[in-house]
Design a binder for this molecule. Sequence first.
Ligand SMILES: [Zn+2]
Length: 63
Amino acid sequence: MPAKDKPANSNKPCPVCGKPPAPSFTPFCSARCADVDLHRWLGGVYRVETDEPAAEPLRRDDD
Ligand SMILES: [Zn+2]
C-alpha cells in the first residue's frame, strides 16, 4: 500500500466550523457545513441575509 494515499490537504479543518473534515464532505465536516458554505455563495446572488434592515417605505403623516 503506497504511502501517497491521502491528499495533502486532508488535515485542513472545516472552513465553516473548524472541525476536522469528513471524507464524504471534504473540505467540510458535514453536509450541513457544506450547505452553509453553499448558501453563503448563493446568498450574494439572490438571497442576502444581512443585519441590514429591509428598506421600509416612509410613512408620512405630514399630509
Ligand atoms: Zn463544519
